[in-house]
Design a protein around this ligand. Structure first.
Ligand SMILES: Cc1ncc(COP(=O)(O)O)c(C=O)c1O
Length: 940
């Protein structure tokens, strides 16, 4: 669907007549309406407006050019439904974007209808040039009209540009006045320029916030009305309704001087919910002083209408605050200053490189700036990561603002290190940590280092594609209830989950935390968001990030409604007479509510470098911990000191600072594009006759068992943003649309071969994750439309090759028949020496935790272990022995340990390992076999 449902009756309201106006060659126009074509297209709206907008303008240019080439055969335009569809879409879209506005599109429509093609062509060209960023005029500057010259000058202005939404029911005259005021206020010394987008209603304001990522601020004038007069697509209409629905009515003082206060606040809340980065201003006429008291918690400032200049300064200042990159600026400043180095780091200032006969290509390739920026100084403005007080401290504060955290810490050695820092900060030896067994290996290593007792949680398996999903909430609740039943709940300190998983399965952290806190109100949560940093910058994905969930939890626990609901629920959860908890089934069936005094202690670790702009290893830890300043900070500080290099890489830190600026300025645009391009890719695979014969894009139906989904659509974003939104609000798990798992059994080769021999070696296409029969394609904020087109082209070529009977024969001769992948083994158990005690009265009630650290150190002593080859190990297992692993065995993929120290090695583990075809297995030497703890050691 386009920006408008073009087959809606009023969509044809665009004028098709006109007098053509003066100037330009006038030809006979269309006296009748263009033929009604099939007007449905592109359901990605509003996620795809950015693409739709530029495609529509480009199409118009192409159509008019074709008209010229045809020698003026007007019927071409008259009968081209796409021209009229594009104009109708643009009429709505341009209302929500700065630059040309609705009137511009209407004028073009009138010109075309009136046969004035030359003038229409000029206007279309101006729009296209602006979108393409072209700054060179098509004709000599002397031939330009005054309007065109002004437009060109504006385009040539290279200052960064943003857009400001004005919500006000105003007349055409009022709009023109606002625009000319704006031009008058512009000053050559301003660092940025901005355009206004003026919309008359609350619905339009929300539609603009959803579709136009260039907006950085919004000025609300209380004169707006509620309902749009535009004809919106079903998707955009539903998304606008969703946005309004999810906003709670804001409490207003009963003595509000204006009855519009509530509406203004409601709109402000809706916009803040959608786009927290939008800076909100209120511009009012009367009663401004009393309004200021009632409204300022939402608005940065309240202005009077006459204070345009003040507003202008505020807008520029705010943009400057977002733009500010204190650490990057300090590095640049440092690079410019002359300095002598009488300390470490010979490369600094190019010292050991520039004069070298042998490594001159270092500078040639990377450029001198890299070496000028390298320094071991922590003085001046450069600051120390271990005790930041200046620019790094400020950069981290800005990152906390951008990511919605209370504190943010930069990490220069990846999320592998960030995870270890959080584990050490939170957990003491012998405390229990519940952790997804399929989590990244850094958690398992951290658990070993801290001496925690590890209780593995099992994710649901996806045996057909040989990987795991995520851990169902009821399994986590059940395990907590088991610890409570055994009287050991007080030992459980932390729950660690991966959100989202490598394969794109996303939890609902708010629900998980709420329900777990209802059983144990002081639990700490570590959300490994290594792959989810981008999610913060899109209104739908943001809701499932740890930081937003923590904030929402804090707000909810503070309400009277929650306290009342909590008290009611407790009556169902405990026997009123004995006070004993109701049976587990009751606790599992209820959506448990946490006590109002539960503590919110949430940590999120993110590999910024994986999904956003940062040099490799650039990562962050975000903290939302109510106990941070009352004790937890010290432990965190010590852990940070333990794992952080005293020579952190400054370029990584500067890139984190710059990446933060980027997401604050254009994060929404980039993430929207990332999701939309992923949809284009998956749709292309699903629709192309050859591709769909060879490849299958896995959907929620394949990746999430039905019991964890309430909504029905299996590729929600393909049906539009509102469908995705619905699934992301209601389903227990959802799939990140930017991850496309493609099943490749139809190719006859396995994932690893497909990745290396076909994609990389032949076509230079890099993917990371494969399983036996799947390949994971990911779009990210750097993905372009051309890259997606190239991938589709390559897949079509490959599909052709795999379907060519001659090629197939050759293939068969080379490829061994694919082995059947055994199901992924669940975590077997810790050996008795390291496992939890077996309850004498009921051995089946043994809890799953084990002591990784003791097993790890036992396994490191040479005299304690032996190496055993797989066939011998299998013989022992078949004889009823229970060999115990001395170390971690981690195949890549899947990238998590199949064996950990102290774990019993079972036939299932051996089957799985023998069927694995991965090239890289950490902790396993194919010549020597498995490292196994000697029986005598275990029995002693
Ligand atoms: C879920 C998860 N957590 C943590 C990491 C480690 O991140 P980094 O490579 O930034 O150390 C990875 C790496 O792939 C991962 O997939």
């Amino acid at each position: 669907m386009t920006g408008i449902d073009s087959d809606h009756p009023s969509a044809s309201a665009i004028s098709t007549t006109g007098d053509g106006g003066p100037g330009g060659r006038r030809r006979a126009g269309f006296q009748s309406k263009p033929r009604k074509a099939n007007l449905e297209r592109d359901p990605g709206m509003p996620a795809s407006t950015w693409r739709l907008r530029s495609d529509a303008w480009e199409y118009l240019k192409f159509a008019i050019k074709r008209l010229a080439a045809s020698g003026g055969d007007f019927s071409m335009i008259a009968e081209d439904g796409e021209v009229w569809r594009s104009l109708r879409s643009l009429r709505t879209i341009e209302l929500y974007w700065g630059g040309f506005g609705q009137r511009y599109v209407e004028e073009i429509t009138d010109l075309l209808s009136g046969g004035e093609f030359d003038r229409a062509h000029d206007m279309i060209t101006r729009a296209v040039n602006r979108l393409r960023g072209t700054t060179v005029p098509d004709v000599g500057e002397d031939d330009l009209t005054e309007d065109e010259r002004a437009e060109l000058k504006d385009r040539q202005d290279s200052r960064p540009r943003f857009e400001v939404l004005i919500v006000d029911e105003t007349t055409e005259g009022g709009r023109d006045e606002l625009h000319s005021d704006l031009l008058r206020l512009r000053n050559p010394t301003d660092q940025f320029i901005y355009d206004y987008v003026i919309v008359p209603t609350a619905d339009d304001a929300v539609a603009a916030a959803l579709t136009n990522p260039n907006l950085l601020a919004c000025v609300i004038r209380p004169g707006f009305t509620d309902h749009t007069r535009e004809v919106l697509s079903r998707d955009l209409r539903d998304a606008v309704a969703f946005a309004h629905e999810t906003t709670k009515a804001s409490p207003t003082g009963p003595m509000s001087p204006l009855n519009s206060v509530r509406r203004v606040l409601r709109l402000a809340d809706t916009l803040a919910n959608l786009r927290p980065e939008l800076d909100l201003y209120l511009m009012a006429g009367a009663h401004i002083e009393s309004l200021a008291g009632a409204l300022t918690h939402r608005f940065r400032r309240v202005f009077r209408r006459e204070d345009q200049f003040e507003l202008h300064l505020s807008l520029l200042r705010r943009a400057q605050h977002l733009y500010d990159t204190p650490f990057f600026d300090a590095i640049r400043e440092h690079a410019r200053r002359p300095a002598g180095v009488f300390h470490a780091l010979p490369v600094s200032r190019g010292g050991s490189v520039v004069g070298s006969k042998w490594i001159g290509d270092f500078v040639d390739f990377y450029g001198l700036n890299l070496l000028l920026a390298e320094s071991s100084a922590t003085s001046g403005e450069l600051d120390s990561l271990l005790a930041p007080v200046k620019t790094l401290k400020k950069a981290q504060l800005l990152a906390a603002r951008a990511y919605g955290a209370k504190r943010t810490y930069f990490v220069t050695n990846g999320t592998s290190t960030a995870n270890k820092i959080v584990h050490q900060a939170v957990v003491s030896p012998d405390e229990v940590v519940m952790v997804d067994r399929n989590c990244h290996k850094s958690h398992h290593h951290a658990l070993m280092l801290t001496g925690a007792r590890t209780a593995y949680l099992e994710a649901y398996p996806l045996n057909d594609v040989a990987f795991y999903g995520a851990v169902p909430l009821n399994r986590i609740k059940q395990l907590l209830l088991d610890y409570r039943a055994a009287g050991r709940l007080d030992e459980v300190r932390m729950i660690t989950l991966t959100n989202c998983t490598f394969d794109g399965i996303v939890y609902d952290p708010y629900k998980v935390m709420s329900e777990c806190l209802a059983i144990k109100p002081d639990l700490v949560f570590l959300w490994d968001e290594a792959w989810f940093a981008f999610a913060r910058f899109h209104p739908v994905t943001r809701k499932r990030t740890a930081m937003v969930a923590a904030e929402r939890l804090e707000e909810t626990l503070d309400t009277n409604a929650h306290a009342a609901a909590y008290r009611e629920q407790r009556k169902r959860l405990f026997d009123p007479e004995t006070g004993a908890p109701a049976p587990d089934e009751v606790w599992l069936a209820e959506d448990l509510l946490p006590p109002p005094d539960a503590t919110i202690r949430v940590y999120a670790t993110q590999s910024t470098h994986k999904t956003l702009t940062a040099l490799r290893q650039g990562s962050m830890i975000h903290v939302y911990d109510q106990e941070f300043s009352t004790g937890a900070e010290e432990a965190f500080h010590e852990a940070y000191m333990t794992h952080t290099s005293t020579s952190p890489n400054y370029q990584i830190l500067a890139s984190l600072d710059l990446g933060r600026r980027q997401v604050e300025m254009e994060g929404f645009a980039l993430v929207q594009k990332q999701l939309d391009l992923a949809m284009s890719l998956s749709s292309a695979i699903a629709r192309h006759p050859l591709l769909k014969k060879t490849f299958k894009v896995l959907t929620a139906a394949d990746l999430i068992p039905e019991e964890y989904r309430v909504t029905e659509r299996t590729m929600p974003l393909r049906d539009g943003l509102s469908t995705m939104w619905d699934a992301w609000v209601r389903d227990e798990f959802v799939v990140d649309p930017s991850r496309i798992t493609v099943e490749i059994s139809g190719t006859g080769v396995d994932g690893d071969t497909f990745k290396h021999e076909h994609l990389m070696d032949r076509y230079g296409i890099q993917v990371n994750k494969t399983s036996r029969n799947t390949v994971l394609f990911m779009t990210n904020i750097g993905t372009s439309r051309s890259a997606v087109a190239y991938l589709i082209e390559v897949l079509v070529k490959l599909a052709g090759k795999f379907n060519d009977p001659h090629e197939l024969q050759e293939q068969d001769a080379l490829t061994e028949p694919a082995a059947v992948m055994p199901p992924l083994p669940d975590f077997s158990a810790f050996a008795p020496d390291y496992a939890a005690e077996v309850p004498a009265e009921d051995p089946s009630k043994q809890l799953p935790d084990g002591d990784l650290r003791t097993a790890y150190y036992a396994g490191l002593r040479r005299q304690n272990i032996e190496h055993v080859l797989p066939h011998e190990l299998r013989r022992r297992v078949e004889n009823g022995e229970q060999p115990v692993s001395a170390g971690f065995v981690t195949p890549y993929p899947p990238g998590f340990p199949v064996l950990v120290p102290g774990q019993v090695i079972t036939a299932e583990v051996l089957d799985f390992m023998s069927a694995l075809d991965t090239r890289e297995i950490h902790g396993y030497d194919t010549r020597q076999g498995y490292r196994v703890i000697l029986k005598e050691v275990l029995e002693s």
